[in-house]
Design a protein around this ligand. Sequence first.
Ligand code: PLP
Length: 408
Amino acid sequence: MKRVYMDANATTPLLPEVMEAMRPYWTERFGNASSIHFDGQHAHAAVDRARATLAEFFNCHDAEVVFNSGGTEGDNTAIFGLLRPGDHFITTSIEHSAILAAAERMVSQGVETTFVAPQPSGLIDPAEVQRALRPGTRLISVMLANNETGVLQPVEEIGRIAREAGAFFHIDGVQGAGKVKLDVRRFGCHLLSISAHKMYGPKGVGAMFVRRGTPVESLLVGGSHERRRRAGTENVPGIVGMAKAAELAMLSLEDGTIERMAKLRDKLEAGILELPGTGVNGAHSIRSHSERAQRVEGPAFSFSDNAVPRVANTTNIWFDQLEGEALVIALDLKGVAVSGGSACHSGATEPSHVLMAMGLSKMQARASLRFSLLKTATEADVDYVLKVVPEAVEHLRAISPVAAGTLG
Ligand code: PLP
């Protein structure tokens, strides 16, 4: 059976070049980057080269790059490393749980926190961030791209607001890295976190931009690694792999890969929206089937109507009268890997907090699916998904208790 992986926002495979770059650092170049002998110096030099690549990726100085274990650590570091009881913190209600759970812990320790809600499009309004400011606001943390909808947030404007208020600004850049150009100077942030496994690098390694002079306390203490900003022996193969992935990501941003991926995503989206009772969550609220039916004669309508910017690989679609989880399973049985608009916490399926914050009902959030394409996706992949999705939807609607109106 053909298998099509459309869950790139969950994780991505290593590109072969990344695997090759890492290989020697597991075996013959196994040194500890802190050792002063030949083997250690070899490892140290590899980490230095990787740091220079990441500095180019972020547009910062080498000394402003800190390697860590991934997005969760970066997000936690920004919050635990800067906030103290009595501070005020601003974030959004659509962040990843690595931010939200850290924020909740800080709330319990006396950090007042404002969770800014998105507009129905999934976009955070900078004016709402501005309104949330208080004299004691120490940190603002907003994601670059949402993991569920792909909506890109106005980080530059929020960076300006933070600067004027004298607050620190952290960006969770995990879902933007490799999909849009990162530029920490333009974004005006003090901290930005990324994760290698979301950009065709290895799992369990990440990097953080830490602007010079930002007084962020290290989460881990011990050795003096990473200029005392993150203790622990460096994951040399992981860091080398991440740098290779960043190098390839910079190429992809220039060589038409992103545009090609956007075209495939748009084709997929348009094809699925041919089904009645479907619509896009985030960005294109006019793209629902019923509205399309009304507008189809109108000269103003176009599939390139792009009210809200999104990353090129993501679309989040609701299917009326469907249980998203059932569709995820039905598609998996046909060889297609996608994600539902819900997360499994302690065995219970909760509807997505992101979609609910955008104003969807529990039922609509549960009836939503995220398709996120790999940069290696092909036309044949999209054609296959466009063949199996309508079949699965029609089948499930025919047997669905939701469709039959027997579920509340
Ligand atoms: N932030 C966002 C937006 C994410 O999508 C993820 C992963 O899903 C993370 C943070 C956590 O990254 P990691 O898996 O590297 O801990």
